[in-house]
Structure formats: structure tokens, C-alpha cells
Design a protein around this ligand. Structure first.
Ligand code: ZN
Ligand code: ZN
Length: 409
């Protein structure tokens, strides 16, 4: 019998104890993290219970109040996932006081996605090893299902490596919330039950009660919240467009930006992680950023970090090169319109980019960077020259000799 392998009984008692004390690792957290991927069915029982609790709607029924409360609580807590777990604890894209940080951790605790320190440790690890063999949740390495839900049930991903998040681990109150990460979710669940019971008593016209609010406000809302968040791990590396050529497969998706309050601009975020906003341009909807901006006006948080101008310009150039390539592709698909497309579309695309530049107030002034404000034709030519594989003469009004435009006919 191998000495290093703990008995089944010990594994079971360890897993059950970890429900309450997630830092409980008798065999050592390092050893546990070094194990290969394997679902710990006992340890994940609370997570399974969360999903099973949704079935409770069969018995508690529904009321408009409970359903809309579940929707509202999804978004209020999605804001905590994106604005707190992610943009504060993982990336420190803004500042707050120590007490403010504690309140943020409490709010983030209601999301039932473990403690903020566990979240930040795993997320920083993801950025370090994105879509590589060590990435815990890459759909390209482990497949869709594992990246979406499997990795969170695996024994090796349960411990928090405090040595990798020393900037956060120095606060004992945060470590306590991380260690006993079921405390806030249990309080949240009780508060849902209490709210429903109070409404049943004081506002019976709403047609809700304690059990109904527990099922809709806690179980249903939290389960959707988990899967919405998990889409960033799975779908945001599969679905959408890649503006920046990052060395992972992160993508920008409008749909994911809506579901996850701005996190869908994941390729932007992988290109530059330190900015408070993930939607880099005004048309990339980022409700988390708007919320954080509002909070900064109250003085509760401050020091929101901007996207550097160089990164914005890089993105603008990449978008334009993509537009030109798309126009040329269109000309290939419909050769009968080739001449018109070649002459018109690159210019139209350049015009769109130039309009956007003009509308984007944070872009540099002409004196600081004349390149951004060149006239449309010049901009189009320059961007085509910079785009690999695209002939700079393609959009010129004079057709290339080998193109034999239909003007010769
Ligand atoms: Zn990612
Ligand atoms: Zn991140």
C-alpha cells in the first residue's frame, strides 16, 4: 500500500471539513495542487446542491416579484464578479480604503464563487498561462466542458496559493473570508428567506414568501450567475473576434459583454489587463466600468486606470486592417462587383474608423499624434501598408495593371 496515498476515509473527512474551512489541507496544499485533474465528488457537494436547489421552483412556484428579484440579483452580483473579484482583487485596476476593500469582499462573497483571494489567484494564473498546458480552464487545452465547469470541481484547483497573491494575503480579514468562504453565501441565503418572509407578512399582494425567495433569489439566480461567469472561461476563448493578436485565443464578444456586464471584451482585456475598462472604445458597452465610474464619484473608490493611448491606437489600426481585408474578401466572393468594392469599401471602412476616432474624446490631439488625424485616404493607405498580406495599392483609385479592371471593357 503506497504510503503517500491518503486513505479513502481521510479523503472523505478532508473534503467534508473543506466545506467549512477551505484552507484545511492535511496533506499540504502544494501536494494537492500538484495532483492531476480529478473531480472531488464529496468536496463539490455544496456546488451540486446549489444546482439541485433550482428544482425547488416546482414546489415554491413563481411570482413576478421573485422572478424579477432573481434577475436583479444576477446583475447586482455579476457586477461584484466583474467589478470586484476581477477588476479589483485580480488586477487592482482601482483603489479603495482597507475598510472599503473589506466591504467589496463581502459583496463579492454573495456571488458564491469562493473567496476573492481564491478567485484572484486562479485568475492571475490564467493570465500567466492563457491557453497553455498550465491554464486550469482553457477550452483549447481541456475542452469546453472542463473549461466551463469541470476545472472548478477538481481537487487540484481547490486550494488557494497565498504565496502568489501576497498583496492580498497580507490582510487577515480577507484571508478569513477566503478561508471560510461559505459564511457569506449562507448569510445571503438566510437574508433571501428573511426578505421573502417579511414581504409575505407586510406586502402579501406581491405573492411571495420565504421559500420562494430562497429558491429564486439564491438558488436560481446564483446558478445562472455561475454559468454566466463561466462563459468567460469557456466561450470568451472560442466565440467572437480577435482585435489584438495576443498569444492566447481570447476574443471580443458583444453577447458575452451583455451577459457579463462588459467582460465579453476579453481580447481587449488580455491585451491590456491593468485598465479599469474592458470595453476600450465608447461603442463597446461595459456596464461594469460605468458602475465603477459612478462609485468613484462618491469617493468610495478612486484611481481608475485608463487604457493607454498606444493600445487604443493599436486597436484602431488593427480594426481598420480587418475592415480592408473584409472588403477585399467581399470582392473575391462577388467578382462582378470587384472593381467597385476595391475602390469604395476600403475608403468607406477608413471613413468609419476616422469618424470613430473623431468621436473618441480620449484619443490624442493632433499635435500629440498627427497620424490618427490624417485624412481618410492617407489613413487608408497607411493602414494597408502596415497590414501584412494586403497590397497598399488595392484601394487606390487607379487600378493595378494586373487587376484588369472592367473600365477597360
Ligand atoms: Zn481569458
Ligand atoms: Zn483578467
Amino acid at each position: 500500500m503506497p504510503v503517500s496515498s491518503p486513505s479513502l476515509f481521510r479523503r472523505l473527512t478532508t473534503a467534508v471539513t473543506q466545506w467549512i474551512d477551505s484552507d484545511h489541507c492535511p496533506e499540504g496544499a502544494e501536494k494537492m495542487r500538484a495532483e492531476s485533474d480529478r473531480v472531488d465528488w464529496v468536496r463539490v457537494m455544496p456546488f451540486v446542491f446549489l444546482h439541485l436547489g433550482c428544482i425547488g421552483i416546482i414546489w415554491v412556484g413563481a411570482s413576478w416579484f421573485a422572478v424579477w428579484a432573481a434577475v436583479a440579483l444576477y446583475f447586482i452580483r455579476m457586477f461584484a464578479v466583474t467589478g470586484i473579484h476581477h477588476r479589483y482583487f485580480s488586477h487592482k485596476t482601482y483603489s479603495t480604503s482597507r475598510f472599503g476593500q473589506f466591504l467589496l469582499a463581502l459583496w463579492a462573497g454573495t456571488t458564491v464563487q469562493r473567496g476573492s483571494l481564491w478567485w484572484a489567484y486562479h485568475h492571475r494564473h490564467h493570465h500567466q498561462h492563457s491557453d497553455g498546458p498550465e491554464d486550469a480552464h482553457s477550452p483549447h487545452v481541456h475542452g469546453f466542458l472542463w473549461s466551463h465547469i469541470g476545472w472548478i470541481t477538481s481537487r487540484n484547483n481547490f486550494p488557494t496559493d497565498y504565496s502568489k497573491i501576497k498583496d492580498l494575503a497580507k490582510f487577515p480579514e480577507l484571508v478569513w473570508l477566503n478561508r471560510f468562504d461559505l459564511v457569506v453565501p449562507i448569510l445571503y441565503a438566510f437574508s433571501m428567506f428573511g426578505l421573502g418572509s417579511a414581504l409575505q407578512h407586510f406586502a402579501p399582494g406581491l405573492g411571495t414568501n420565504g421559500w420562494q425567495m430562497l429558491v429564486w433569489g439564491f438558488f436560481v439566480s446564483t446558478t445562472f450567475l455561475f454559468h454566466g461567469t463561466a462563459c468567460i472561461n469557456s466561450m470568451a476563448h472560442l466565440m467572437g473576434k480577435r482585435r489584438y493578436k495576443t498569444d492566447d485565443d481570447s476574443r471580443n464578444s458583444f453577447i458575452l459583454a451583455i451577459i457579463c456586464l462588459g467582460e465579453g471584451w476579453h481580447n481587449n482585456h488580455h491585451r491590456y489587463q491593468s485598465a479599469t475598462r474592458n470595453g476600450f472604445y465608447w461603442w463597446e458597452i461595459d456596464p461594469t466600468y460605468y458602475g465603477l465610474k459612478l462609485m468613484s464619484w462618491t469617493g468610495f473608490i478612486w484611481g481608475l486606470k485608463p487604457v493607454p493611448e498606444s493600445v487604443l491606437e493599436e486597436g484602431t489600426r488593427a480594426e481598420h486592417a480587418a475592415s480592408v481585408a473584409a472588403a477585399q474578401q467581399a470582392a473575391l466572393v462577388h467578382p462582378e462587383y470587384a472593381s467597385t468594392f476595391r475602390q469604395m469599401l476600403p475608403t468607406a471602412a477608413a471613413l468609419a474608423v476616422a469618424t470613430v476616432n473623431a468621436a473618441h474624446v480620449t484619443l490624442p490631439r493632433k499635435a500629440e499624434n498627427p497620424a490618427v488625424h490624417k485624412d481618410v485616404t492617407e489613413l487608408a493607405h497607411e493602414m494597408q501598408r502596415n497590414a501584412p498580406g494586403i497590397d497598399a495599392t488595392e484601394s487606390a483609385p487607379v487600378a493595378r495593371p494586373e487587376a484588369k479592371p472592367d473600365s477597360s471593357a
